[in-house]
Design a protein around this ligand. Structure first.
Ligand code: APR
Length: 250
């Protein structure tokens, strides 16, 4: 792996020469090479003990907030211990060279820590804490965390005493309105969409590549594995984020 596939290099060059806009849509695979487990990949992490599809729900929170908060504190701990990878850094560099919108499904802050401006966190952010009851933002300090703790009692809201929850979108919850509007705008006006590290299974985010194509964009998938989106991509690049993206900025 030492060169951008010719067809992809060509479409990127044509986009740049034409002053076209690029929209990058990232998923959990973007952070895999930083050591953050993906949701559906095969790995034997602590993650396998949890079922994200069951825990990332309002029902799970109502039933056992300490188990859900413990899972998210573990994820926050992983992210804090992790570093952005070469793929994150390459996207930050790419944004210096062309008109780019960064839309991510990821709730970590690795894009930001690599220097990117994230235009839309369509599934929210781990560290954007708020009260589950009154919705007030919680900007207080995080509780201290014992690595690998299974259950952690959530902090309490200073205003109403309710439980503090992570600012991520749980299954069944609406996406943040502004983030979604930004994502749709970027998808409809881009000339090129790079889809990096997502299985394309969770809607409505997984519908963004098809929306981009309907508006005339070329869609390129960067993923070491085939996905639900591969068939609708104009080009697929079977490579990882940290392998492929730095080649785009070389
Ligand atoms: N580089 C690029 N892609 C990778 C890498 C890598 N190093 N490692 C794995 N991948 C790919 C996998 O092949 C897979 O297609 O990343 C994808 C990860 O898919 P998921 O785990 O399903 O993550 P994602 O698509 O982001 O999930 C979407 O589902 O659980 C919800 O809200 C959660 O935002 C998440 C959403």
């Amino acid at each position: 792996m030492d060169a951008v596939p010719a067809a992809i290099d060509d479409v990127l060059r044509r986009t740049i020469d034409g002053g076209g806009h690029v929209c990058v849509l990232t998923g959990a695979g973007m952070s895999a090479e930083s050591g953050i487990p993906t949701f559906r990949g095969t790995h034997d992490s602590l993650w396998s003990r949890f079922d994200p599809m069951r825990l990332a729900t309002v029902e799970a929170w109502r039933e056992d907030p300490a188990l859900v908060w413990g899972w998210y504190r573990w994820r926050m701990h992983l992210v804090r211990e992790a570093e952005p990878n070469a793929g994150h850094r390459a996207l930050a560099e790419l944004a210096q060279r062309l008109s780019l919108s960064l839309v991510t499904q990821n709730v970590d802050d690795l894009h930001e820590r690599a220097g990117s401006i994230v235009d839309a966190h369509v599934h929210g952010s781990l560290f954007a804490l708020r009260c589950f009851a009154c919705e007030r933002l919680h900007d207080g300090a995080l509780d201290d965390y014992v690595d690998d703790a299974q259950r952690v009692e959530p902090m309490r809201c200073m205003a109403c005493g309710g439980h503090i929850r992570p600012g991520v979108v749980w299954f069944g919850e609406a996406l943040p309105h502004d983030a979604w509007a930004t994502a749709v705008d970027a998808a409809t006006r881009c000339a090129l969409m790079l889809v990096v590290g997502t299985s394309g299974l969770v809607y409505p985010a997984a519908g963004l590549p098809a929306l981009a194509r309907r508006h005339g964009a070329t869609v390129v998938e960067i993923n070491p594995e085939p996905t639900a989106l591969s068939a609708e991509a104009d080009h697929v690049w079977r490579a990882t984020a940290a392998q492929a993206l730095p080649l785009l900025v070389r």
